[in-house]
Each structure stands twice: as C-alpha cells, then as structure tokens.
Write a protein that binds this ligand. Structure first.
Ligand SMILES: Cc1cc2nc3c(=O)[nH]c(=O)nc-3n(C[C@H](O)[C@H](O)[C@H](O)COP(=O)(O)O)c2cc1C
Length: 177
C-alpha cells in the first residue's frame, strides 16, 4: 500500500484547499493517508539553537520522508504562498536526511481569484526547487473562484477540474510506484 501525505497550505478548518486535498486523495486511489499540520512555531534561529528542531517540525519531516508521494494544496495570499507554507519549508530544511529529495510531489491550488492561485503555485514550485523533489509538471490544477467551486457536500462542481485532478493524481501514483 502506498502512503500519500497531504499538506494543506491553509490553517482554517473551512479551507477550500482542504476540500481540494480531499478530492486529490480520492483521485489518488487506495493509499495509507497521512496529513501534515503546518501549525508550527515561526522559524527562529535562537529557538533552534536553544531547543533544537521542534517536535512538530520533526514529525512533519518524518511524514515527508515516510511518504511515497506528497500532494500540497496551497492557497494564494497576495500572489504568493501563505507564510505558513514557507515557514514549514524553512524548518524542514533544518532537519537531517533531505526528506524531499526525489520525492514525487504534486501541487494543487484553490483561490478566489480568476487565476486559481497560479502565481502562488508557480512561486511554490520555485521554493521547493532547492530540495530536489520529483515535482510533477502537470496537468496544472488551479481552482478559480474557489468559494463557489465546491458543492454542499464539498465536492468539486466542475468536471474539467475533476478530470485534470484525476490525471495529475494518476501521474503522482505512477511516479510513486
Ligand atoms: C491575506 C490574503 C490574501 C489573499 N490574496 C489573494 C490573491 O492574491 N489571489 C487570490 O486569488 N486570492 C487571494 N485571497 C483570497 C483567497 O483565495 C481565499 O481566501 C481562499 O479561500 C483561500 O484559501 P482557503 O479557502 O484554502 O483558505 C487572499 C486571502 C487572504 C486571507
């Protein structure tokens, strides 16, 4: 059984990116599912020097290392990924073992704007580059007008998004296998 780690890039419970992550999990198919929690302390070199790597950061690094594949659902805040996402990447970069190296990773995003978080997703791609993951290049999943994109059951309304997500997640499964 493959292990799929889902990373929600938004902290709020009602996040549309969490809904998109749930859709991505379904499209991936049978897997042991794990979920990251990005509610971490802010990176602070003094904190690291005094106390080492926080437990929650090590848990995240271990989840990444243990996963066969990772999907990140990332919102767009002011044309970029939210600070919690960058903060998590910075913390994980301070752990041992290069957990991202060669890891199959798919990016998806939901945002209220017309671009569906395209600038955020592109910036996140650049932010991940130093860690040398196996980043899938497409198809791109960019859910625009996200507050209206899901039905009352939290399912994606538009078949075109479903189709692109299915293709991306099947590519992720192939890369993980
Ligand atoms: C601080 C902040 C900045 C935002 N900037 C953008 C933006 O640049 N582009 C965009 O499409 N939506 C932007 N939004 C709206 C988000 O797309 C919307 O809140 C979305 O629901 C966030 O994702 P979530 O549902 O997963 O929380 C912004 C929202 C916040 C709170």
């Amino acid at each position: 059984m493959l292990t799929l780690l889902g990373i929600p890039g938004a902290l709020r419970a009602g996040s549309t990116n969490r809904l998109l992550l749930a859709e991505a999990r379904q499209a991936f198919g049978p897997a042991t599912q794990t979920e990251a929690n990005l509610r971490l302390p802010l990176y602070d070199g003094d904190l690291e020097a005094a106390d080492g790597i926080p437990k929650a950061v090590q848990t995240l690094a271990d989840q990444i290392a243990a996963a066969d594949a990772v999907v990140i659902a990332c919102p767009e805040y002011n044309k970029a990924p939210p600070g919690v996402v960058k903060n998590a990447l910075d913390w994980v970069s301070r752990t041992k073992g290069a957990p991202w190296k060669d890891k199959p990773v798919a990016l998806v995003s939901a945002a209220d704007g017309r671009g569906g978080g395209d600038r955020s997703q592109f910036a996140l791609r650049l932010m991940l580059t130093p860690f040398h993951p196996h980043l899938l290049t497409g198809p791109e999943v960019l859910v625009a007008d996200s507050s209206n994109a899901f039905d009352a059951d939290g399912r994606l309304k538009d078949d075109r998004y479903r189709k692109a997500l299915a293709e991306l997640m099947q590519a992720l499964r192939a890369a993980a296998g």
